[in-house]
Ligand binder design. Sequence first.
Ligand SMILES: Cc1ncc(COP(=O)(O)O)c(C=O)c1O
Length: 502
Amino acid sequence: MQQRAAPHRNVTDSTGRSLLQKVAGSAIGLDLEMPIATGEKRRRIYLDSTASTLRLGVVQDVLDRYQPYYANTHSTVHFSARLSTEEYRWAHDMVLDFVNADQSRYTAFFVGSGATGGMNRVAATLAGRLPGRDVVITSIMEHHSNDLPHRKHFKTVVHAPPESGSTSMGCVDVKAIERALEAHKGRVAYVSVTGVSNVTGIINPIHEIAALAHAHGALMVVDAAQMIAHVPIRMSGNVDPGEDIDVVVFSGHKIYAPGSPGVVVARRELFEGLEPIEVGGGMVDDVWLDRYTPTAALPDREEAGTPNISGAIGLGAALYALHKIGMDVVEEDEAALMRLALQRLCALPGIALYGDCDMERYPRAGAISFNVRGMHHALTAAILNDYYNIAVRNQCFCAHPYVREMVSEALAEADDALSAAELEALAEMQRGMVRASFGVYSTQADVEMLAKALGDIAGNRERYEALYTQLPNGDFQHKSFRFEPRQFFNVRNAVDGWLERS
Ligand SMILES: Cc1ncc(COP(=O)(O)O)c(C=O)c1O
C-alpha cells in the first residue's frame, strides 16, 4: 500500500481542549427530547456509549461531503473510484497512526461485524500461524468476543482472575497470567486481554502483560474495543520493545463512527504467507479454474469483497479529529468525569458499585456498573429511562463470568447470614447490573443527574416497584406510561415524507 505521511498533532493542550469542546458538542442526538412518565418532556442523557457511541457531527459532515464522490474501491481508473480508493487507503494509515503502530512493521485492515469479526479473524489466523502452541491466556474480565473465538480455535483457554482490590476486584491479576505462562511453558500462542473493561471501565496494564508474554515466547493481543475511544494506545515504539503490542482489535461504532467496521492492527509477519481465512474478490492476483493466487499485499489479502468504504472513511475522520485533539487530553478529561461519577455514586446509600473504586490504584475509563440494592437491574434501568430519560444498559454486557463473580462477591459482602446455596439463588435472581457509560460529549451535569436519579430511586424503591410489572423476558414495563418508538421515527414514514416533499 502507498504510504502517506502520518498527520502529526502539533497543538497545545489548551487548543486540544477547545477542539475537544467543539468536536464533543457536535455529536448528533445530544439535544433529543422525549416525553417521560411524569408527562413532561426531557432531554435524553445518553449514558450508553460503551455499547455504541453517538456519531460526531464532524464525521457526518465529512461523510456528506464524500457521498457525491462515492464509488467502489478496487479501481483507480475513473475519478470517483480513484478518490474513494485513496481515501479508503488513507483510513488505514490513520488507524495505524492513531494506535502508534510503525507503518513499516504493522498492517491495519477492516473486517465485517465489529471487533467480534476482528477477534475471530485473529484467533483463526494465529491458530494456523502457531500450530504447536495450543493455549491462549485471557481473563475473566473479557467480553465474550475476546473469549469464545479463542475457545473455538485453541485446545485450552486459561482465564486469569482479576486482582482482589481493597474493596472489590481490580485489574487483571498479572501474577496469575505469569503463573499460567509458566504452567503452559512453550505452548502459549498469545495472551489476549481487554485494554479497558466494558463493565467496570478498569484499565488493564497491557504493556506489563506484553513484556511477560514476550519473555515467554507468546504474542500479545489487546481487545481495544473500549480502550480505543478513551485511552491513548502505543503499539510500537515503547522504551522497552518487549512492551510493544502485536495485535489490536477494535470497531468503528465504539469511537464515534457510523456502522461497525471491525479493525485489526497487527504485525505484518503474522498475516503474511498464510492462506487468508476469507477469500473472494479483491484479495487475489489471479484465478484459474483449478487454483488461485492470493495477493501478497497487505491489507488487501485480508479484505475479501467490497469493504465498508463509508464506514472506514467515517472512522478515519473520527480518528483524525481525536488525533488533533490529542488522546491524552481526552483521557484526562474523561478521568475527571469518572472520578466524579465514582465519588457521587459511592456517597449514595443503597447503591452497590462494582469493581474497586480506588482510581489511583485501578484507573478507569468509560464505564461504571452498579445496582440499587435489592432492586432488579432491569427495573432500575427502566426507571432511569422512563422518569429521567437517562439511557443506560443493564444485564451482563456479554461478560457473563465477570458479572457473575462480581454480583456474587457483592451479595456475599452484603449478607453474611446467607448460606452459599441461598447466596447462589439470590445471585441468580439478581444476575446483572446497570451500566452507565461515557463519551467525549458526556458532562458533569449528566453525572450529577444520574446521581440525583439514583438517590431518588434508592430512596423510593417500593413506590417505584409498585408502578411496574415484570414481563416474561425479564424486562419491567410501566403500568400506565407507554413510549411508542414509531411515533418518533420509522423508515417507511421517513421515505413517504421525503417522497411527498420532493
Ligand atoms: C471489550 C469489548 N470487546 C469486544 C466487543 C465486541 O465489539 P463489537 O460489538 O464491535 O463486535 C465489545 C462490545 O461491547 C466490548 O465492549
